[in-house]
Design a protein. Structure first.
Length: 142
């Protein structure tokens, strides 16, 4: 990383190139991103709260999955919301579940279109998307 909060696309490509050359793998897991770079609900690492319990899975030069452990303590969640300059009252419904004892949990998401693009060696993600973003396809008749 170049002192930025998150990996740039070129960083992801360079890391994957290194992994392919050195370890002969197309997969790389990056962990412990800066806590400030992640959403308020991402759990800080208890050993070093400057970093989070989060990860990205890279494949053939791009991120295909991202996830983290989540904060489940309502007091810590409210504190995290405030530390980011937001109002906890805006999150009342979300926080309510944690007031009643939300168990420890985590979350992740796959980039299925990115995986499809890489597996099929497509040049552009729009080729892997059912409804690609395209300015020529905007319908103004709403």
């Amino acid at each position: 990383m170049r002192g930025e909060k998150d990996l740039a696309p070129q960083d992801e490509a360079d890391i994957c190139k290194w992994a392919k050359e050195k370890h002969k793998t197309d997969f790389v897991t990056i962990t412990h991103f800066p806590t400030k770079a992640k959403p308020f609900y991402t759990m800080p690492d208890p050993k070093d709260p400057e970093y989070s319990l989060s990860y990205d899975l890279l494949f053939k030069g791009i991120e295909i999955m991202s996830g983290s452990q989540r904060i489940n303590d309502p007091k810590k969640l409210k504190e995290s919301i405030k530390n980011r300059g937001m109002n906890p009252k805006s999150f009342t419904l979300y926080l309510q579940a944690f007031e009643y004892g939300m168990p420890e949990e985590g979350g992740f998401s796959f980039g299925l279109e990115r995986i499809t693009m890489k597996l099929l060696n497509l040049k552009n993600i729009r080729e892997a998307s059912l409804f690609p973003r395209d300015m020529e396809r905007v319908d103004e008749r709403l």
